[in-house]
Structure formats: structure tokens, C-alpha cells
Design a protein around this ligand. Structure first.
Ligand code: ZN
Length: 306
């Protein structure tokens, strides 16, 4: 959020406003515009320009960490993102060419790539048509950065929060990837924490934090403390459970920690893999998934057989 106005060349939007804040942080600037009714036009222009910027972002053709992330999970998993940009959705779309057994996605601050039908409570890629009423999915609102965010003002965002709380409260493993828990998101962090505490994962589950900045680990200390012996901190996605044990992180972790079956290292994703390498890496996993009867767990894949 720091310097974003300059980075995106949005100074002209604000040239007629005498800002009281000295900060160059978008959240501070936006919060001030939001609190001053006379700045409504500037605020709406800023919203429009931010939306257009994020909407214009596109993944390169080569595999990105978004693709590895999407392919590292299956449909019983969930990715909940705070990102406004459509990159995860673009990754999801191209990863669907390998398999449709992919994680569910939730958008906790809205997303420029997602549309929804508020009547039928359905969502899909923006531009597609609601299969029930045949009307085009409407763009979702973005939750812009005000100091006191209200997750309940918008139906779409509110539903995504209900879903994330439910999923986390039923989860066995939780990974926090590149989210530094800014102090302005205190409320969000406390909602996530409450749900995680409900999960019972305290006893058996595992929390992972992936972040280049080790200081971020300290910000999650409230999450970590009750799970002292059950957390992993890594700097790089490829060193995480998801990167090392793609599509079986829960099964393989469980087999190792509860059934004492040692892990076989080096079968997961590696940085720099091509699409062909990825296909080779997940081929056997996809066959196992196809051969697993519904309701049963997938073979752990990354552990020695006893
Ligand atoms: Zn509809």
C-alpha cells in the first residue's frame, strides 16, 4: 500500500484535494477521502482507477507460483485470498487443463476477476453467465482499505467470510502465505484466529507460514503460541508442505506424524519447473485420485510403506 498512488500514476486524481494526512500509504489516503463527504468524486475516481489497474494484470505464459499453489491442492482444500488482482483466477483456469480436482477459492476483499449473481447466490468468472437466471455475473465490489473495514456491508464479501470461517474451523492444516497481518487488518486476523482455534488442530494439526520476511512470523505469534510444537516457518513456497508434498500435504503429514511413516523427499515441485515438468510430477498423483473411491482418502504418496 505504500507509494501505490505514485506507482500507478494516480496523483492527478488527488490534485484538487488538500489532504490532511502526510502519509503516502493508500490506506491512510483512502481512509481520509472516505471520511470526507466532499471528496466523494475523488474517492470514486480512485476506486475506478484501482479497479482498472488490477483488472489489467496478466500472468506470463510460464508457470508462476500461483500455478504451483493452485496445483498443490485438491477440491477438499480452500485458497482464501485478500488479493484484488485476477492472477489466481487466471492460474486456476489454465491449471484446469491438467485436472478439475482443484481447490475452492474465496475472496475476502472482493476480486476484479470474479462476478456473482446476488439473486441465486452463485459466482463465477466475471463475464460468464449465471447458469440459473442466465444473466451475466455482476462484478464484485472491492473492499477498499479503510482503517475500520466492515466485512458485512457487502453480500458477496460477507458470504466469503462465512465460508472461510467454516473451512478453517474444520481444517487440519492452515498455511499463511505472504500475508503480513497489517495492524489495519486486526479484525480479520482475529476472525481467522477464532476459526482456527475452533478447528481442534491445536492437538494434531499444523500451521505453516510462508514469508520472505522473518519478522512476519512474529506477527502471527498469537496463532503460533498455542501450537508451539506444530508450526513450520519457511521463506519459500517450494520449501513448504504445499510445495514439497503437492496434492497430499495433509495425507503425507498425517501418515508421518500419526503413523510414523517417514517421508520420501524430493518428489514435489521445484522452482523453475516447466509445464512439462509439472505434468510429469503430478501425473501419478492424478491417477491415484481418479482411482480413489469417493469419500476415501487419497494414498499419501510421499511416505514409505510400512
Ligand atoms: Zn442468477
Amino acid at each position: 500500500m505504500n507509494g501505490l498512488i505514485e506507482k500507478l500514476d494516480l496523483q492527478d486524481v488527488l490534485c484538487g484535494v488538500n489532504l490532511k494526512t502526510q502519509s503516502n500509504n493508500l490506506e491512510d489516503i483512502y481512509s481520509e477521502l472516505y471520511s470526507r463527504p466532499e471528496c466523494k468524486a475523488e474517492r470514486e475516481e480512485l476506486e475506478k482507477r484501482l479497479y482498472e489497474y488490477f483488472d489489467s494484470l496478466e500472468l506470463p505464459d510460464t508457470p508462476t507460483v500461483y500455478d504451483f499453489l493452485v496445483l498443490s491442492m485438491t477440491k477438499k482444500d480452500v485458497i482464501a485470498t485478500f488479493n484484488w488482482d485476477p492472477l489466481l483466477i487466471q492460474a486456476y483456469e489454465r491449471c484446469s487443463e491438467f485436472t478439475t480436482n482443484l481447490p475452492n477459492m474465496l475472496f475476502l476483499h472482493g476480486n476484479v476477476g470474479v462476478g456473482h449473481c446476488s439473486k441465486d447466490i452463485l459466482r463465477g468468472k466475471k463475464g460468464l453467465v449465471c447458469p440459473i437466471c442466465c444473466e451475466p455475473f455482476q462484478p464484485t465490489n472491492l473492499l477498499y482499505p479503510i482503517t475500520k473495514k466492515n466485512y458485512r456491508n457487502d453480500d458477496f464479501i460477507s458470504k466469503n467470510w462465512d465460508d472461510v470461517e467454516k473451512h478453517i474451523s474444520e481444517s487440519y492444516m492452515l498455511t499463511i502465505f505472504g500475508y503480513s497481518a497489517p495492524s489495519s487488518d486486526k479484525e480479520a486476523v482475529s476472525l481467522l484466529k477464532k476459526a482456527w482455534e475452533k478447528s481442534g488442530a491445536k492437538k494434531f494439526g499444523e500451521l505453516s507460514i510462508i514469508d520472505k520476511d522473518e519478522e512476519v512470523k512474529g506477527k502471527w505469534v498469537d496463532f503460533i503460541v498455542p501450537f508451539r510444537y506444530h508450526y513450520q516457518y519457511v521463506e519459500n513456497f517450494f520449501d513448504s508442505y504445499l510445495g514439497e508434498l503437492p496434492r497430499r500435504s495433509c495425507e503425507a503429514f498425517f501418515a508421518c506424524s500419526e503413523n510414523q511413516r517417514a517421508m520420501i523427499p524430493d518428489k514435489g515441485f521445484k522452482e523453475g519447473m516447466t509445464w512439462r515438468d509439472i505434468e510429469t510430477t503430478i501425473r501419478e498423483l492424478l491417477i491415484e485420485e481418479d482411482n480413489t473411491p469417493q469419500g476415501e482418502s487419497y494414498p499419501s504418496h510421499y511416505n514409505v510403506t510400512k
